[in-house]
Design a protein around this ligand. Sequence first.
Ligand SMILES: Nc1ncnc2c1ncn2[C@@H]1O[C@H](COP(=O)(O)OP(=O)(O)OP(=O)(O)O)[C@@H](O)[C@H]1O
Ligand SMILES: [Mg+2]
Length: 345
Amino acid sequence: MTGTAQIEACSIDRKFGTFSALSGVSLSLGEGEFLSLLGPSGSGKSTFLSIIGGYDAPTSGKLLFEGRDITATPAKERGFGMVFQGYALFPHLTVAENIAFPLKVQKRPRAAIRDRVAEMVEMTGLSGHEKKKPAALSGGQQQRVALARALAYEPRVLLLDEPFSALDRNLRTQMQEELRRLHRDLGTTFVFVTHDQEEALALSSRIAIFNHGQLQQIGRPEEIYEAPANRFTAEFLGDINILTLDSAGGGICGTPIVLPGNAVPTGGHLAMRPEHMRLAAGSDGNQLPVRLRDRVYLGPKSRLMLETRGGEELMLYVENDALLPQLAAGSELHVAWDARHSFFL
Ligand SMILES: Nc1ncnc2c1ncn2[C@@H]1O[C@H](COP(=O)(O)OP(=O)(O)OP(=O)(O)O)[C@@H](O)[C@H]1O
Ligand SMILES: [Mg+2]
């Protein structure tokens, strides 16, 4: 992040009765960032987004916009764009009328509204659909109307709550590309809720990971993927191998291991992503003896399910053109990895 914060959340708590939906969430956001809020169902993502938008208020804590306290400012005075989960289009209004709606509420001149609607229709690829009602649109088209409506009055901040969750995979990828383009062209700050890890990695300048109403980690996609702060983040972001270190000597089941930073720990866990592991060839990297338990064919690659001498499971992927016929269940193999791709948990 560069410069001063545009949005700052300071120790946000949100209680529903005795239940804490959010506890002590603090983060700051620079202008033009694309922040994703990522976490499992019920982790507090929508609650946090609603608090930023002014649709809900924190039980305690403060929200600042450009240094001003807006904690008590109502949603419509904040003027942030919001795309709600399920789009929330007006069913009796046409596409053009839906997009025009917030501009009419703002009492903009009729000609200005017409021009802006035309511009938004063009920008979101809705040309030719202006006179249709939402029921006559596909899911992806409805999604575009919701985006166009939220962007129509040029908000400084756009909040999106799982906007693509109802779309099939292809359409979702296409909408993600369009959202990236819009973000790049507009320079608007985006706060985007998703529970899809890949989507968050693909779109965001930074990702905030939530669990049980607490912020677990915030950082650039590579940062939190390659150097997760804790086990939850490590496991939530993708496949991870976690091996128990011997209580003395820093090895695994007696095999000496080179550890990150040449540390000499006693016990604890060492973690690494499967894509950083390979079947050992010659004397490269750390080598650990394993037994092949199962091999899952996935088209271009196979997933190998392996077991250490201590009975811990790990997995790695091999390209199928490199897959040797001797890789049958029960095979004794070695896996290797570079110490710099492993981390302690
Ligand atoms: N109005 C409410 N009254 C009581 N509890 C609520 C209310 N709104 C949210 N909660 C609770 O707060 C927690 C967080 O909810 P929230 O909707 O923020 O989760 P989420 O991360 O958006 O989940 P999902 O991915 O399922 O949308 C949940 O346990 C939810 O049941
Ligand atoms: Mg939600």
